[in-house]
Design a protein around this ligand. Structure first.
Ligand SMILES: *[C@@H]1O[C@H](CO)[C@@H](O)[C@H](O)[C@H]1NC(C)=O
Ligand SMILES: *[C@@H]1O[C@H](CO)[C@@H](O)[C@H](O)[C@H]1NC(C)=O
Ligand SMILES: *[C@@H]1O[C@H](CO)[C@@H](O)[C@H](O)[C@H]1NC(C)=O
Ligand SMILES: *[C@@H]1O[C@H](CO)[C@@H](O)[C@H](O)[C@H]1NC(C)=O
Ligand SMILES: *[C@@H]1O[C@H](CO)[C@@H](O)[C@H](O)[C@H]1NC(C)=O
Length: 503
């Protein structure tokens, strides 16, 4: 009897063990699969999705909005755009707030990064003429986001300067720094009661490379000097806007940063020359903004100052083509950010080209003197410069940690270019890049948020509508501009659910 009971309970135990073992094994298996596909993130990490005003809003000439430089260029020089298109209508996001906020909410993100169109808010560029419809539009967007528990993350300038200010020289004119600060103050004052995340400029490297354009048959003039004048104006404008935010709006308890982009630069060989060349292009493209703001000593990187000064001298200029910062300016700019925002997409290989410098050509490219290439084994996208190289993202993040004393970082853009609805390349890219992001956080990088680029297909600057970065596909020939989820929408949603439950 006892025996049989024993046998019985033994059997029972066996059965239970089997059941529990099976459960345990299946939990472990699911865990290991989801740990592989869905990397872990800290509980308070912010996930989001990103867009910009000119690329999605449309409504280029409604209710008081004035022409910006992209309106002007696409209308007057359509041949510079791959498909001769413009963003007059784009995704018509201006008329689709409800629908788009619903899509954003359905993704399950914490935050939405968008930019304010300066020429919609201030049609004259100056703060004396505030356009009520611009205020209404962004108020509506901000309030709907907050009603859905989504934090607005605002970029004040994403490439679309009011054309009237371009006619004054755009960012080559140092007075434009003051006009930007007036605009920024007005935005803090108008929206800052509800908006806690601000960035001043998006990817100055890119708009400064074409700082003088839109007011001439040529899109680029004074290439040798205008990018450096623009760098100077942007840094002063950013730092003064930060000062205004801290002095006049501290009670709003928000944070302000700047968005810098960097394609990681890997030396093509281990020769000293190539290692120096890779370091040099990082300093010219990224350090020229990051060093004045995020380094302890401030100012431009020494290599950039020396090199431009030497080249300028050899070219017969009286002073360096790169403006020198005064002591006061260095102090104003240093530490003028609560965080560093990074747009990262891909990596290139860099080799030295110093031996081929033609000294009679004064240009930024000649100052840097490198050759850029890629590894033919890197998986491609439909954008010529975008390759799948997650380890380059990891190196980029470690570089920032080590070089700038581990600043607070938000990744404000990262994404892939692929047209197909079944966008397996985009899913693979997000898996790979989010994994190394998670690794970098485990290795001590102070990264606080990540924004996928982009919510939906949009006007991709010079590529027009030929390149697709959207989680949502947009039909640009349908007047209603319907948005249709690609496979990556489901992937990102699932990822977000797991990234959170994994903690
Ligand atoms: C606005 O621009 C569109 C072209 O995108 C044009 O058809 C329309 O007439 C313009 N409206 C006004 C009020 O200028
Ligand atoms: C450079 O050296 C490192 C460390 O020895 C090695 O891992 C890397 O593969 C080398 N790179 C090239 C391009 O040879
Ligand atoms: C600039 O020129 C000086 C004097 O000729 C030289 O010592 C220095 O190495 C040069 N620096 C760079 C970065 O080319
Ligand atoms: C250097 O550039 C100048 C100006 O563009 C050009 O006239 C000259 O032929 C170039 N020299 C060499 C060696 O390529
Ligand atoms: C896009 O919209 C147009 C106009 O409504 C329609 O003819 C076309 O079939 C749509 N394209 C796709 C891929 O759905």
């Amino acid at each position: 009897m006892l025996y049989s009971i024993y046998r019985k309970s033994e059997k029972l135990i066996l059965v239970k063990m089997r059941w529990y073992t099976f459960l345990l094994i299946s939990i472990l298996t699911t865990r290991s699969i989801s740990a592989e596909i869905y990397p872990k993130f800290p509980k308070d990490f912010i996930f989001g999705v990103s867009t910009s005003a000119y690329q999605i809003e449309g409504a280029w000439n409604v209710s008081g909005k004035s022409e910006n430089i992209w309106d002007h260029v696409t209308h007057n020089y359509p041949s510079v755009i791959e498909d001769r298109s413009n963003a007059d209508v784009a995704c018509d996001a201006y008329h689709n707030i409800d629908n788009d906020v619903r899509l954003i909410r359905e993704l399950g993100v914490d935050s939405y990064r968008f930019s304010i169109s300066w020429s919609r808010i201030l049609p004259d560029g100056f703060s004396n003429n505030l356009n009520p419809d611009g205020v209404r539009y962004y108020n509506e967007l901000i309030d709907k986001l907050l009603a859905n528990n989504i934090q607005p993350f605002i970029t004040l300038f994403h490439g679309d300067l009011p054309n009237c200010l371009q006619l004054l020289g755009g960012f080559t004119n140092i007075k434009v720094a003051d006009y930007f600060v007036s605009y920024a103050r007005l935005m803090f004052d108008t929206f800052g009661d509800r908006v806690k995340y601000w960035t001043t400029f998006n990817e100055p490297k890119n708009f400064c490379a074409r700082a003088v354009w839109g007011n001439s048959e040529q899109l680029t003039v004074a290439e040798n000097i205008s990018p450096y004048l623009c760098v100077y104006t942007v840094l002063i404008a950013h730092a003064k806007a930060y000062e205004v935010y801290k002095n006049e709006f501290a009670h709003q308890n928000g944070k302000l940063g700047i968005v810098l982009d960097l394609l990681w630069a890997e030396p093509k060989t281990n020769s000293t020359k190539d290692i120096e060349a890779a370091n040099r292009i990082i300093e010219f493209e990224f350090g020229i903004y990051a060093n004045p703001i995020f380094s302890k000593e401030g100012d431009f990187p020494t290599i950039v100052k020396d090199r431009v000064a030497n080249m300028s001298k050899a070219q017969g200029f009286e002073e360096s083509r790169l403006p020198a910062l005064t002591k006061d300016e260095i102090n104003l700019i240093r530490s003028s950010a609560d965080f560093l925002a990074i747009n990262h997409y891909s990596t290139r290989l860099i080799s030295d080209d110093s031996d081929n410098i033609n000294i009679s050509i004064s240009s930024q490219a000649n100052d840097v003197a490198v050759i850029s290439s890629v590894d033919p084994s890197w998986p491609t996208s439909e954008m010529e410069w975008l390759f799948y190289v997650p380890w380059g993202f990891h190196k980029n993040l470690m570089y920032i940690k080590n070089k700038y004393d581990n600043p607070s970082v938000y990744i404000t853009e990262n994404g892939f270019c692929e047209k197909a609805s079944n966008d397996q390349g985009r899913i693979k890219y997000l898996q790979g890049y989010l994994q190394v992001l998670s690794d970098a956080i485990s290795e001590g990088c102070n990264i606080l948020g990540y924004f996928q680029w982009s919510l939906m297909d949009n006007f991709e600057w010079f590529a027009g509508y030929t390149k697709k970065f959207g989680l949502y596909e947009v039909n640009f020939t349908d007047p209603k501009r319907p948005r249709k989820p690609r496979a990556s929408v489901k992937w990102y949603k699932d990822f977000l659910l797991n990234a959170k439950s994994n903690v």
